[in-house]
Write a protein that binds this ligand. Structure first.
Ligand code: RUB
Length: 322
């Protein structure tokens, strides 16, 4: 599909993780939808929506495990489509407004998550985090602003080291932060964490069973936390819920290029034996029973309650899905 150069750049930036984290990716995809919609040469309503749908369908392919991105595209498309106008200029204005509205809402959701999540950060305690989640960073910054005294261990998050971004941001903010390799998570839980300490992670998807889909390695951290009787919270707006899972679809797990795993030192991919395969899943599934609660804009909800709350809030029906 032919798209504007700016759209192509946004698509590539999401694909390569220069734009990273579910919220950022969803906001960027909407920006691309706006660019495409405003550039549409359609002269009537039907052609305009046909262009807009094609753009949405293209954008939603960028990363398979991103229901928030798909939800955002669907919500904006549906809201603009509700206008009965035949005037393309008016429809474009509507698109502009709806994208703006979504972005404002995203900020409000972040604010609520930060507020509720900060109350879970243990004073005098330790928080273990994995990967880079803007929502988790917002929670920890809020807790720090409220003068809660805590320190953070951040897993570096192989293969692309998004945890280093988290560690850098927290440290620059003044939060005492220690970076560890992913395989040190269990040792950190054993040696440095008290009963009241917590694990905070983000979410890329929440399923109808209340399972958490997040960066690869999250389930290992959660299982270790369960073993050590520490609470695990996923900081995630309800827009991370994947409605397709309500009607039987499984959450697809993105598999990424082998070069991300085999890039360094003597083990460069070109030197690998031909028969050696690399498996590079971007995400894994943490079953609901290992997640104490999701910290959402609606409150701190155990997985089962979250599903009911989202169902009620969104008033979803299967035919609304694109
Ligand atoms: C990022 C990741 C984050 C979620 C939530 O994975 O797992 O925890 O996207 O982020 P990747 P946010 O690096 O592959 O995008 O809270 O910013 O929406």
């Amino acid at each position: 599909m032919a798209v504007q150069a700016k759209t192509k750049k946004i698509y590539d930036d999401i694909r390569t993780l220069r734009i990273q984290g579910a919220d950022e990716a969803a906001a960027a995809a909407l920006e691309a939808l706006r660019i495409e919609g405003l550039a549409s040469k359609a002269r009537n309503r039907k052609d305009f929506f046909s262009d807009l749908r094609a753009s949405a369908l293209y954008l939603k392919t960028v990363r398979p495990t991103e229901p928030e991105l798909r939800n955002a595209l669907r919500l904006v498309f549906t809201a603009v489509h509700k206008s009965p106008s035949d005037d393309v200029a008016e429809l474009k204005h509507g698109l502009d407004k709806q994208v703006e509205k979504y972005e404002e809402n995203l900020k409000k959701v972040r604010g609520k998550i930060a507020e509720y999540g900060a109350r879970l950060v243990p004073d005098g305690g330790t928080v273990l985090v994995h990967c880079h989640s803007g929502s988790v960073v917002a929670v920890l910054k809020k807790a720090f602003d409220e003068e809660i005294d805590f320190k953070v261990f951040a897993c570096e998050t192989r293969p692309l080291y998004q945890g280093r971004k988290t560690a850098r941001q927290l440290s620059e903010y003044g939060i005492p932060t220690t970076l560890v390799v992913d395989s040190a998570a269990r040792l950190v839980l054993t040696r440095f964490m008290r009963d009241s300490d917590v694990v905070l992670v983000g979410a890329d998807a929440i399923t109808s069973e209340g399972d958490l889909v997040n960066k690869i390695g999250t389930s290992q951290v959660a299982l270790s936390a369960f073993e050590h009787e520490k609470h695990v919270y996923s900081c995630a707006g309800t827009h991370k819920f994947d409605p397709l899972t309500l009607w039987g679809s499984g959450e697809p797990i993105e598999e990424r290029d082998s070069s991300e795993v085999a890039v360094s030192g003597d083990f460069k991919l070109k030197k690998f034996p031909k028969a050696l395969h690399v498996f590079n899943p971007a995400f894994d599934v943490t079953e609901a029973k290992y997640v104490n609660a999701f910290v959402t804009e609606l409150g701190v909800l155990p997985p089962q309650s979250l599903v009911m709350a989202v169902w009620k809030e969104l008033g979803l029906s299967e035919k609304q899905l694109i």
